[in-house]
Design a protein around this ligand. Structure first.
Ligand SMILES: *[C@@H]1O[C@H](CO)[C@@H](O)[C@H](O)[C@H]1NC(C)=O
Ligand SMILES: [Zn+2]
Length: 999
């Protein structure tokens, strides 16, 4: 136990002013001080729970509302109760009404979840109302659960954005309410399947337990029989237990009230009519129905405590209806105790319920896999949303990279970055836009079209404002006040400055803590350019014609005829600048050869093509001398329209249901063109008017790039289409493949198999799809073929040696899960259907070394360098290169967060990016010195926090839970005390507040 340090450390933390080594002179063992909730004369959290009766069945009624941060309406429309013609829902009225009703009876309880909404409401309250609400929180009558900005999606979110959005919500709660505002329980009642990495993060955020509503129907049936709906989730194979252990409960009725007991204004169940003089007296009937439900529910859970969620989507707008009836229900059921009734009903919260489970001191079933995919019936697999809205998914991922760059530059550029020559701004708008985009109907792609547009608009607005920050910071660091231009359309060869300018500079900012080599590709109209690096040395460059596919996808948005390509080497956490000048007497652009492609190669890799079909045919790693047979092609599944004898379920935004397990081939052959030069070699493949691809190898790249362009998907034939690319290899996979969880740990997937129950497979394709967040791989003893993706996608391995990834979907029917629209994306640029472009990166390695390549590759894909442009040649005194670090961090260490905290302090997260079993080299523990980290800042003080930065690390006290398999309780693993030297073990993330001074 490390409790002894708590009080002395706390004293120091208030000003974060003492240099670290001093901290360790203090300490020694003392009794753990009273919890903060008691010491301030208040009683919240576990202290404030209503008493229960040990010899009875205790029914915990949890009044709650589920408020989506955007779905059928935008987040603003939901807040204000606008557009009630779409859905009757107004969060401001819910909070008004609930507070009012809580004040009427101190026994009543309410939980609130989504801080994005609560924050809006709080800002608008009077000081007197704020005091009242604080009082309710301090007494545990209003309790926050989960507490992130939103309730994130679990399949399609990247861990870095999830940690950010949880940090934002939880920090607001702590700043506003102190310790009584800290949620004890994570609460994901609606997400459609549950990721192991989410559980791991929640454990590291200090949550005592986790509840959710949706679980596969077969899994639930077995768990009910075995009384295993409550379990201990061991959510990491690398972190030492119980670091990533999370007690997990599956709620009895989704998140809805039991049948017949919905007393919201949106429901029709009969109220309790308790005047015996009136005709309709129904108390006995209500009590009896309730007891029946309680008794049958208790048969499928382990203890003499059960939980009932009394609420649902946007309920409690007129909270009086609910509370008036709940007061009566409690009174009349408990009245039966006088005549021998054995049921005790109480107002409760998830944490009060959790506390009772903990007190039961039982051991719980241990789970180490995850809860994907989720099916609510035999033909209803929620595996379509892994890919739904692929353009929004990519935009969200790019926005995360831009946000991290913006936050880093806010720190490195100092005060100048928020107020400088380009204006006054900060990263907050983009932070909030990213936080709402993590919601389970946002990046998931399951919202209405107008709501998807709203999420994208928010991200664009945030990025526009971050550009001011980036320009200011780069001006401060470079000493150049030249105007900076941004080109967000480079993936479709659109960039006004490079298209028209004869001379310009490109600054490349690299948000990673290690140097990267990155291919820059710019639309130009000249045929030869002189490119030189920050030291004035010429750099090899190549000019090649813009492809037909690119001209078609960019439409009228750009006019370049060529692309200029060169590789840049960018320093860690810093930038470098390249100058580009048009050569007047230039060589012509590299010719495109319309011949059968044979092969392309660089010093690391070689890709060979079949001269007959134009398809990829083999892939080699020249360093390790490995070759696999590899064909790749594009197919589409015909989406079920619901007219089917087995089930009337159509494919839709949530659900993937192909009409047949055999996909249609789009084309047996590809027309190919080949371009070869010293910087890049590429084979351009044309499959159909709506599918094309470029297979590319840059000179210094360790990955083969497959840049796909898909759309507009034709629907004149009235068939919904779900387009995949499939890699068929000679690797012997035996039905096994691997996918990552939220961009972190990798899990094994086996065809037609679930680790915790005996699966009856009813959908041979959709039932074998899993979320791919950043990578998937197949392997045998010799070879591992890894695919790194640029966004979240769904995929599976349906045949031996093969890996398929769903790229795009266009559907004609709604899938009856509430969104009420078919997933049929169009826009003003693409009235004929959305065209989507993206890329997959392929690597081939020995299994024991594959992670050494794919880990850094995936981080580089998430945190891409940001290019900014200035007109003309740089002024002579401009600083053309800068690194914020004294030295690159070791390869195993990823700098996950660097952002402003408050005053003179910054938030820093360092992460070990390897799993313990993954790499002989990469999986070793590694030590970093905080003092010697930054090049331009002195670190004066350090304190360590939990993962969500809302609790000091040494104050973390989680419930300990015992798994069934193990006899003795686990001891808290020894943790390194905070010091300047930080050691990271595989998959560890450590979070610090540093007090810094710019040099
Ligand atoms: C949480 O809030 C309390 C009270 O305002 C403060 O003392 C504490 O330092 C905060 N914790 C963190 C981790 O910021
Ligand atoms: Zn929801």
């Amino acid at each position: 136990m490390t409790e002894g340090k708590v009080s002395t450390m706390a004293a120091d933390r208030q000003h974060l002013s003492t240099a670290v080594p001093l901290l360790f002179l203090l300490g020694g063992l003392s009794a753990f001080p009273l919890g903060p909730e008691k010491s301030a004369g208040v009683s919240c959290g576990y202290e404030s729970c209503h008493p229960t009766k040990p010899d009875m069945l205790n029914v915990h009624l949890v009044p709650h509302t589920h408020d989506d941060v955007g779905w059928l309406k935008t987040v603003d429309q939901y807040y204000y109760g606008d557009r009630n013609d779409i859905q009757h829902a107004g969060v401001q009225y819910i909070l008004d009404s609930v507070v009012d009703q809580l004040l009427k009876n101190p026994d009543r309880r309410f939980i609130y979840v989504e801080t994005a909404f609560f924050f809006r409401w709080w800002k608008q309250q009077s000081p007197a109302m704020q005091e009242t609400v604080k009082q309710l929180v301090n007494e545990g009558r209003l309790e926050f659960v989960n507490g992130g900005w939103c309730m994130s999606d679990e399949a399609t979110t990247h861990y870095s954005a999830v940690i950010d959005q949880m940090t934002m919500g939880l920090r607001f709660l702590n700043d506003t309410f102190g310790p009584c505002g800290r949620p004890r329980v994570a609460w994901h009642i609606d997400p459609f399947g549950h990721a192991r990495e989410h559980a791991s993060m929640f454990a590291q955020m200090g949550f005592d337990g986790f509840f959710f509503g949706r679980v596969d129907y077969q899994d639930r049936a077995r768990r009910m029989l075995a009384r295993e709906q409550e379990l201990l989730w061991r959510a990491s194979d690398s972190l030492t237990p119980p670091l990533a252990d999370l007690f997990t409960g599956i709620l009895p009725n989704g998140y809805n009230p039991p049948e017949g007991f919905c007393w919201d204004q949106s429901c029709d169940d009969p109220p309790i009519r308790d005047d015996p003089d009136l005709e309709d007296y129904n108390v006995n009937d209500v009590v009896q129905r309730f007891l029946n439900i309680a008794n049958s529910q208790s048969k499928v859970y382990k203890t003499n405590h059960i939980i009932m969620t009394m609420g649902s989507d946007f309920q409690y707008e007129n909270a009086n209806l609910w509370y008036k009836n709940l007061d009566k229900l409690i009174r009349y059921v408990n009245a039966r105790q006088a005549s021998g009734g054995r049921v005790n009903v109480l107002y409760s919260t998830p944490s009060c319920y959790l506390q009772e489970l903990h007190r039961a001191n039982l051991s719980w079933a241990l789970k180490t896999d995850d809860f994907f995919p989720y099916a609510d019936d035999a033909h209803d697999f929620w595996t379509g949303y892994f890919t739904s809205r692929p353009a929004l998914k990519r935009y969200e991922r790019i926005s995360n990279g831009n946000l991290q760059t913006c936050k880093q530059l806010e720190v490195l550029g100092g005060p100048f970055s928020s107020t400088g020559p380009f204006g006054q701004d900060d990263s907050l708008t983009l932070q909030r836009a990213m936080a709402v985009a993590q919601h389970h109907d946002a990046v998931s792609g399951t919202e209405k079209q107008h709501v998807a547009n709203d999420y994208a608009r928010r991200l664009a607005d945030g990025w526009r404002r971050c550009q001011v920050v980036v320009s200011n910071a780069l001006a401060a660091l470079s000493g150049s006040m030249a105007e900076r231009f941004y080109c967000d359309g480079l993936n479709i060869s659109v960039c006004p400055i490079s298209e028209s300018s004869k001379q310009f500079s490109v600054s490349v900012y690299n948000p990673l803590a290690r140097p990267v080599v990155w291919p820059v590709r710019l639309p130009v109209n000249g045929t030869a350019y002189l490119v030189s690096d920050a030291g004035g040395r010429p750099v090899d460059s190549q000019v090649l014609p813009v492809s037909r596919a690119t001209r078609e996808v960019r439409r009228s948005r750009g006019f370049a005829v060529n692309e200029l390509v060169f590789q840049v080497r960018a320093p860690p956490l810093g930038y470098t600048t390249y100058s580009v000048t048009l050569r007047t007497a230039g060589a012509p652009a590299a010719a495109v050869q319309r011949r059968a492609a044979a092969s392309i190669q660089n010093k690391f890799l070689k890709a060979t093509f079949d001269p007959e079909t134009g398809l990829l045919s083999s892939f080699s790693n020249l360093e390790t001398n490995q070759t696999v047979q590899l064909t790749q092609n594009f197919y589409w599944y015909n989406a079920s329209d619901g007219n089917n004898s087995a089930s009337d379920q159509p494919s839709g935004a949530y659900i993937f249901r192909p009409n047949s397990s055999t996909p249609f081939l789009i084309s047996k052959t590809a027309k190919t063109e080949i371009v070869q030069g010293s910087v890049v070699q590429e084979v351009r493949q044309w499959f159909s008017p709506w599918v094309s691809q470029v297979v590319r190898l840059y000179a210094d790249s360790r990955a083969l790039e497959l840049e796909w362009t898909v759309g507009p998907l034709p629907i004149q034939d009235d068939l919904g289409k779900e387009v995949i690319t499939r890699l068929d290899s000679s690797i012997q996979t035996g039905g096994v493949f691997y996918t990552d969880s939220n961009g972190r740990e990798v899990l094994q997937r086996k065809k037609d198999f679930r680790p915790t129950w005996k699966l009856r497979q009813s959908e041979p394709v959709a039932g074998n799809y899993y979320p791919i967040n950043s990578r998937a791989f197949i392997k045998d003893d010799e070879d591992q073929l890894t695919v790194v993706t640029d966004r979240s996608q769904g995929g599976g391995s349906i045949r031996n040696g093969s890996l398929e990834i769903m790229l795009h979907r266009r559907l004609l029917y709604d899938d009856v899960r509430g969104v009420g629209e078919p997933l049929n994306e169009t826009s003003h640029v693409f009235p004929d259907g959305l065209v989507v472009r993206g890329r997959l990166l392929l690597t081939l390695d020995r299994p024991a070394a594959a992670a050494d390549t794919h880990r850094p590759l995936a981080q580089q894909e998430v945190l891409q360098p940001l290019l900014t442009f200035t007109e003309g040649a740089p002024k002579p005194d401009t600083q053309l290169e800068f690194s914020g670090l004294q030295a690159a961090l070791p390869p195993a260490v990823h700098l996950l967060t660097l952002s402003r905290w408050d005053g003179d302090s910054v938030l820093l997260r360092l992460e070990h990016q390897f799993q313990s079993w993954e790499s002989d080299v990469g999986s070793q523990p590694v030590t970093v010195s905080l003092q010697k980290l930054f090049a331009t800042m002195d670190v004066l003080g350090v304190s360590e926090l939990n993962l969500s930065a809302n609790q000091w690390k040494d104050e973390m006290q989680r419930f300990q839970w015992r798994p069934e398999e193990e006899e003795r309780p686990l001891l808290k693993p020894l943790e390194d005390p905070p010091s300047w030297e930080v050691t990271l073990k595989p998959m560890e993330i450590r979070t610090f507040v540093l007090r810094v001074r710019l040099r």
